[in-house]
Design a protein around this ligand. Structure first.
Ligand code: PEP
Ligand code: MG
Length: 753
């Protein structure tokens, strides 16, 4: 059973379109369950359920038989959201007869709902002439099948609207989540990690003969590599192992994989795309084999596939031209990919994976690049070169937009530019309420580009400088001297304002290419301070570089990430004092900077007083704190809607931290993304946060809100929401407050539906 399930799902996954996927489902399920009919009904645009595929009923009935949710046994499965298993279907009161299906001959009926994200997408039905009570095992098989297929069907439905490049493609809409606000109208450029077979973008090939010759050249290069590898290892391998190299060489023969790829190139695909398609198809075939030895061969094939792809991509890379308004599209965009595109050409970002709390999204907000994350249904490999609109407010992407839509979005784009201009006037005005309560607004930085924008927008300090960003953009650890230069630039640019430098916070989703950390649960693993305490040489070099960089400026604060208890803090402080004393001995005129901890894990919330008693300031990292309090992975698109910044538990934790910090007499700030949300900023000010640190883009928006209300009004709002028990209710109340204070435009600009 398990093998059948796995094989069917794999085959369906590989189907090119929904019709093929459904045909595979009905025929394979029918065989696996030894039954006479298998059919799939799917919800149509009008909410009715349409027979979309069948193996056993009259094929002419496909597309014609339609039932509403209260009609027939299929309708009953839909409304009950449960399987119906009948030995004698025709006696059931809901039974309905459709002559076009030839259905009256089938007595037994087992129907299970196909449910995706709580919605019934359709019904999977098996039937049989003679009376058969489908047993519990049958029912469980069909339920499992349907649960597995639901995602595939939803995905195939969503992506089915795409047409091949070149044909007049229809406008298509893909949902994701907002990564960074703003609108981008541009051209998609698909970016993929090198030699990743699954993410090679489709590109047409203009000169077929040249592409074929290029492909042969790359095959020959890999053949040579394998031969010399075989030679080098000859003395260490036995005969059987040596045979593996011969098998590799045979696979690369023109008569085998080579000819299949050449055929696809002749049909107009680029060599990398044709190669990846052929390899993936063969890999699936190997994977679906019952023989364990043959399944293992899939690994060899993948390895070979990557080797050839690396050659095919290497030459392509050099000739990369960036369109003027490039929208970078990828399966999983990473922070370092942003560095590959000239900044003046980068208009927007779309990532199939990740969420608004992924670090690439945080960087995009800092750089003011409209971004959509978690566009899970986007057929990203087919997007290269297509016109695209990124609606970073709503988290929606449109491919091949029509004239009307383009006009609509151009108008919003212009409106947005005017709003930004309007807010520019606030630059030199203080951030204070109508009753003159001052609230310092600081910025989060990482790149040098942030500095200029932050100063232009009137930032009064840096609440979080993410030192991992310069580490991410290199191919090795920067030396102490290199770090000193980078940090000095930041400190000098903001002097005399304070710059809070966080020590290296890698792990989680921030893996350095040259220091990979591979773990099953990276967010619960070796991350932040845990890594640097285990590597004092890295930590000490960084602290020394920071202190030296601040010499003569003395505007540095040091912030420690991912602290879960007092011993970690004490250990880090010992190293900081050691670095300080070393520098004094070496003759540097350094001062001991204020030291603070990030409150970003639940244990630190409960120990906020103990921690505060040992440091100069606290800074709440609400991004991680929310993920750890709510047990919601900040990068997982599937649970993005329950990552709720206004969750009552999060608000209570935030309130407790500020009170506990103040009771120990230390300053308490917040540097998570929440601080840059205009509505949340009102609540945080009312709680008593001393500093809000945010991305430069949001700073003027927050300032304009704060300048439009009194502290008492903010406190009254806080009092109201602190007794609410539901995040949505709190969000709505806060949105209403924004409207009341004339900031409707800052809630979420109206885009399209
Ligand atoms: C946070 O967790 O809120 C934070 C500011 O740190 P980062 O987003 O870099 O993990
Ligand atoms: Mg964090």
């Amino acid at each position: 059973m398990l093998n059948s399930l796995r094989n069917i799902v794999q085959e369906v996954n590989a189907a090119r379109d929904l019709t093929t996927a459904l045909a595979i489902i009905v025929s394979r399920v029918k065989t696996a369950m030894l039954t006479e009919v298998c059919s799939v009904y799917l919800r149509g645009p009008k909410g009715d359920y349409v027979l979309m595929a069948t193996d056993g009923l009259n094929p002419d009935a496909v597309g014609k038989v339609r039932l509403s949710a209260d009609e027939g046994l299929v309708g009953r499965v839909v409304t009950r959201e449960e399987p119906i298993n009948l030995e004698q279907a025709e006696t059931h009161p809901s039974y309905q007869y459709f002559p076009e299906t030839g259905e009256e001959r089938y007595s037994s009926f087992l129907g299970v709902p196909i449910i995706h994200h709580r919605k019934v997408l359709g019904v999977l039905v098996v039937q049989q002439v003679e009376r058969r009570r489908f047993d519990e095992g049958d029912e469980a098989f069909l339920v499992t099948m349907s649960a597995q297929l639901a995602g595939v069907i939803a995905h195939a439905e969503a992506t089915g609207v795409m047409l091949p490049v070149g044909e007049k493609a229809a406008q298509a809409k893909f949902l994701g989540v907002s990564g960074a606000p703003g609108i981008a109208l541009g051209e998609a450029l698909v970016i993929a990690p090198p030699a990743d077979l699954r993410s090679v973008p489709f590109k047409p090939c203009a000169d077929i003969e040249a592409e074929l010759a290029f492909f042969q050249k790359c095959l020959a290069a890999v053949r040579d590599d394998i031969k010399s590898l075989g030679e080098q290892l000859k003395s260490r391998l036995n005969r059987e192992e040596q045979a593996l190299f011969d098998a590799y060489l045979a696979m690369l023969n023109d008569a085998s994989l080579g000819s299949e790829v050449s055929e696809r190139i002749r049909q107009g695909a680029s060599a990398p795309y044709a190669w990846s398609e052929v390899i993936l198809e063969h890999e699936r075939t190997f994977n679906s084999m019952n023989d364990a030895y043959l399944r293992e061969r899939a690994t060899d094939l993948r390895d070979l596939g990557r080797r050839v792809l690396a050659y095919l991509q290497e030459s392509n890379q050099k000739s990369q031209v960036y369109p003027d308004k490039t929208v970078l599209v990828g399966e999983e965009l990473t922070a370092s990919m942003l560095g590959e595109i000239p900044k003046d050409k980068l208009a927007g970002l779309v990532s199939v994976q990740g969420s608004s709390n992924s670090h690439v999204a945080i960087l995009a907000r800092a750089m003011d690049i409209p971004t959509v994350m978690a566009a899970v249904d986007l057929p990203f490999t087919q997007m290269d070169g297509r016109p695209i609109i990124v609606d970073g407010y709503k988290g929606v992407v449109y491919s091949d937009p029509g004239l009307e839509l383009r006009k609509h979005y151009k108008a919003i784009y212009q409106e947005e530019q005017e709003l930004v201009k309007g807010l520019e006037a606030l630059k030199d005005l203080p951030c204070e309420t109508l009753d003159h309560y001052r609230l310092p607004l600081w910025v989060n930085t990482g790149l040098m580009a942030d500095v200029v924008r932050s100063l232009e927008r009137g930032a009064e300090g840096v609440g979080l400088y993410r030192t991992e960003v310069p580490f991410l953009l290199r191919d090795r650890f920067p030396s102490e001297e290199e770090q000193r230069n980078i940090y000095h630039e930041q400190l000098a640019a903001f002097s005399p304002h304070t710059v809070t430098m966080r020590t290296l916070d890698i792990g989680g989703d921030k893996s350095l290419p040259y220091f990979p950390i591979e773990e099953a649960n990276p967010f619960l693993g070796w991350r932040g301070i845990r890594v640097t305490l285990d590597h004092p040489e890295i930590f000490l070099a960084q602290i020394r570089a920071m202190m030296k960089a601040s010499e003569g400026l003395d505007n540095l604060r040091i912030l420690l990430p991912m602290i879960t208890g007092v011993p970690e803090l004490e250990a880090a402080k010992v190293l900081i004092y050691r670095a300080f004393n070393e520098l004094l001995e070496e003759g540097f005129d350094v001062k001991l900077p204020p030291i603070g901890v990030m409150i970003e894990v639940p244990s630190a919330v409960y120990q906020a007083r103990d921690l505060a008693a040992r440091v100069d300031f606290l800074s709440v990292g609400s991004n991680d704190l929310t993920q750890y309090l709510l047990a919601v992975d900040r990068n997982n698109a599937r649970v993005a809607d329950i990552y709720q910044a206004f969750h009552p538990a999060v608000l209570r934790a935030l309130y407790n931290v500020v009170m506990d910090g103040h009771s120990e007499g230390v300053s308490v700030g917040i540097c998570g993304e929440l601080a840059g949300d205009p509505g949340a900023a009102i609540l945080l000010m009312a709680m008593g946060y001393d500093v809000l640190s945010m991305n430069a883009t949001n700073l003027p928006k927050v300032k304009s809100v704060i300048r439009n209300l009194t502290l008492d009004q903010a406190k009254a709002l806080l009092e109201e929401v602190m007794v609410m028990s539901d995040a949505d209710q709190i969000q709505q109340r806060v949105d209403r407050a924004l409207r009341d204070h004339g900031a409707t435009r800052l809630i979420r600009p109206l885009t399209t539906d």
